[in-house]
Design a protein around this ligand. Structure first.
Ligand code: MN
Length: 364
């Protein structure tokens, strides 16, 4: 069986919420994805970009990456697309193009090198794409350019761009993609971390977001982590990869006494200890009592890699009355004096300027 694996958005070297343990998570899920992929005995591995989180990655993560790339390349070809996290501007700001010098089996897609053709099984396979481009005009122009090639037996477009309806701002409109989609047998993209079909293209050609191997924010708590395996040039499977278990809990407690709020949060934590590794708790509550009786320091709670507790008390009368204070230039002067910032003339002038520009004419 011919298999092509596509792995994306591993974000190696990311220190999520400044936690050291999270650095390891990105490494482990990346290694996990590669081990699982290699078990499938693939003929090619494509990386969809954002292999690393920073354009100048932390050395240990870079070492993990390089060792793995060379390890794979000893056995099969590797193709890499360059993601937004790996590049700051032009190609010269990214380390990724250098990876093609590590091994003759490693190929990097870029506007300098947008077409890679390989013999896989009985087929001549073309993989086409370029580095993440920030400008919509440029990205659409390059897409059109890259789509002009002599067809192979099987052609894959591999990108790392924001696509209309999935990200805003986007760099590729659906119109531009639909125009060229027919040139390809498969379209793959990194960048959007949730694995899914790009359904607006599916009537022309199968198109997918590859998905990420580890979540980089609590917004992604609901995403599965894993990678794509293309079987026999026809079937696309999503292969799950173990990552840190993440949950985001949002609750509205209505009206509660501070000690009841504390107990409710402790209960949420207790239920998840040992089951969830990264936990975010967001509580909306009308506090019946003193806000300062809420427990504010949760850092002593053991058993989590990240525990993030936020209590948002709904605004009571005392907050609403604040809205009725009229701002004036005198009030700004007053604030700078009383807050001990009387020396900050630069900031004071900026504030007064902003007031004049946006609120100066406003009188109740
Ligand atoms: Mn990414």
């Amino acid at each position: 069986m011919t298999t092509i694996c596509c792995i994306s958005d591993s974000h190696l070297g990311y220190r999520h919420r400044m936690k050291k343990q999270r650095l390891l998570d990105y490494e482990n899920s990346f290694q996990g994805a590669i081990s699982r992929a290699m078990e499938l005995n693939p003929s090619l591995i494509i990386f969809g970009g954002d292999l690393v989180h920073h354009p100048r990655p932390e050395p240990k993560s870079l070492r993990t990456l390089i060792k793995n790339l060379i390890g794979i390349a000893e056995k099969i070809p590797v193709i890499i697309c360059i993601g937004n996290h790996e590049i700051e501007g032009h190609l010269g700001t990214a380390y990724t193009p250098i990876f093609s010098d590590l091994h003759e089996n490693i190929h990097v897609l870029s506007t300098d090198n947008p077409h890679i053709t390989l013999d896989i099984g009985e087929k001549r396979v073309g993989v086409h794409g370029f580095q993440y481009l920030r400008s919509r005009r440029l990205a659409e122009e390059k897409l059109l350019e890259v789509s002009r090639f002599e067809p192979n037996d099987y052609d894959i477009l591999c990108l790392h761009q924001g696509i209309e309806r999935y990200l805003n701002p986007f760099e590729l409109s659906l119109r531009a993609l639909r125009e060229v989609a027919g040139k390809f047998n498969l379209i793959l993209s990194g960048h959007v971390h949730k694995h899914q079909e790009i359904k607006e293209l599916m009537d022309i050609t199968p198109a997918y977001y590859i998905g990420s191997t580890e979540r980089i924010s609590f917004n992604e708590a609901g995403n599965s982590t894993g990678f794509i395996a293309l079987r026999e040039f026809s079937r696309v499977e999503f292969i799950p990869v173990r990552s840190a278990r993440m949950e985001s809990v949002k609750e509205n407690l209505g009206m509660m006494k501070p000690e009841e709020v504390n107990r409710a949060i402790e209960e949420i934590i207790r239920e998840r200890r040992g089951r969830i590794e990264c936990l975010q708790i967001r509580i909306d509550v009308k506090v019946d009592g003193d806000y300062f009786d809420l427990r504010h320091d949760w850092s002593q709670e053991q058993g989590f890699k990240i525990l993030d507790v936020n209590v948002l008390p709904s605004a009571g009368e005392e907050f609403r009355s604040l809205e009725r204070i009229n701002i004036s230039k005198d009030l700004i002067e007053d604030y700078f004096e009383k807050s001990g910032m009387h020396d900050r003339n630069d900031l004071r002038e900026v504030c007064k300027g902003l007031y004049e520009r946006y609120a100066g004419g406003f009188k109740r």
